[in-house]
Design a binder for this molecule. Structure first.
Ligand code: GAL
Length: 337
């Protein structure tokens, strides 16, 4: 009977017109994203997992560039760069800084390049990258800052030098460019007990001797930003890849005094930074007082599989606060302001 019906239908509509069954295809990793989902797998536009850890962003024209550690399971393989115009969808661009093949180089393959940050120097028209450098085979002993430059945001970056700024150990770090164009290197020093700030030379390639202790509270993962004429600084404690409690400091001047405001995070697992560690705070282009807090949820068993936590910063009673939000988009800032 069923076959007869099929035959009849075939005769009536012609065999070339099969019945169309509506199918909803499952979302593919490359489907266009329209929101942030902190902690979830985040694919680039080619469908590969984004590999840019301990990273930072730079706005060039209408495009953002995301620089971060390229990780294998444990090894470090240089600095990756991605680009995006909407902050949700990221195109893989290149390895911005590649480890050297020459064994005697400071950045010989097998070295560690951590927490890379890139800024643009208006005077030299160069993109300048600073990163935490550890020499091959020496664990975390070298405690140096490394510098590289490029003519384009996507690189290739050329390695310039590495050193201990003014003789100080330098591990976790960030860069900050103030409204007057002066740039600063903020870094964990003295076995990470001290957090120091050094003003950079006009070409951003070296630290000046204007370099001083901000506080000695055993903090790392510094993320510095400015809002309403005040400087804010989010840091983590020092527990390696394991998460700990974040803290927020405020100052009227970059070199301090810095005042502790407490933990800026709220909600479930806030006391462990939602399982993450700060890396950068992005000021959103074209939106006043809109900032995105960025953190890494490290997976020490497979570092490349570490996840990204991007969350909006809210100013509650004038103070930066970060709430856990499962999913959000940039319209959030229009609602807030
Ligand atoms: C963390 C640091 C990371 C990485 C790690 C190694 O404390 O923030 O960037 O260096 O230690 O254990």
């Amino acid at each position: 009977m069923k076959h007869l019906l099929t035959a009849l239908l075939g005769l009536l509509f012609g065999m070339s017109a099969p019945l169309v069954v509506a199918q909803t295809s499952p979302p593919t990793p490359t489907a266009k994203r329209t929101s942030f989902k902190p902690g979830e797998l985040w694919y680039d536009t080619d469908g590969n997992l984004i590999n840019a850890h301990g990273g930072g962003l730079l706005l060039v024209g209408d495009a953002y560039y995301w620089y971060g550690e390229k990780r294998a399971q444990h090894q470090e393989e240089g600095v990756n760069v991605y680009s995006s115009k909407d902050l949700y969808n990221w195109k893989y661009e290149a390895v911005a800084l590649t480890p050297a093949t020459e064994a005697q180089s400071d950045i010989a393959a097998g070295c560690l390049m951590e927490r890379p940050k890139v800024v643009y120097n208006q005077k030299t028209k160069q993109y300048v990258m600073w990163f935490h450098l550890e020499l091959k085979g020496q664990g975390y002993k070298a405690a140096r800052a490394g510098v590289a430059v490029a003519d384009k945001p996507t690189g290739p970056f050329r390695y310039v030098s590495s050193f201990r700024p003014n003789g100080n150990m330098s591990r976790d770090m960030g860069l900050f460019v103030d409204d007057d164009g002066a740039a600063y290197h903020i870094y964990s020093s003295r076995e990470n007990y001290d957090l120091r700030l050094a003003r950079l030379s006009a070409d951003y390639l070296t630290p000046t001797t204007q370099d001083s202790l901000l506080f000695a509270k055993h903090r790392e993962a510094p993320a510095l930003f400015k809002q309403g004429g005040k400087y804010y600084l989010i840091t983590s404690g020092c527990t390696g890849w394991a998460p700990n409690e974040a803290s927020l400091h405020v100052a009227d001047k970059l070199f301090g005094p810095w005042q502790l405001l407490g933990d800026p995070l709220t909600g479930p697992n806030a006391k462990l930074t939602y399982g993450g560690q700060s890396t950068y705070v992005l000021p959103l282009a074209g939106k006043k007082d809109a900032f995105i807090f960025m953190a890494d949820r490290w997976n020490p068993k497979d570092l490349k599989d570490s996840r990204y936590l991007w969350l909006p910063v809210q100013f509650r009673a004038g103070q930066p606060t970060i709430d856990w939000i499962e999913q959000w988009d940039l319209k959030y800032f229009s609602k807030q302001l």
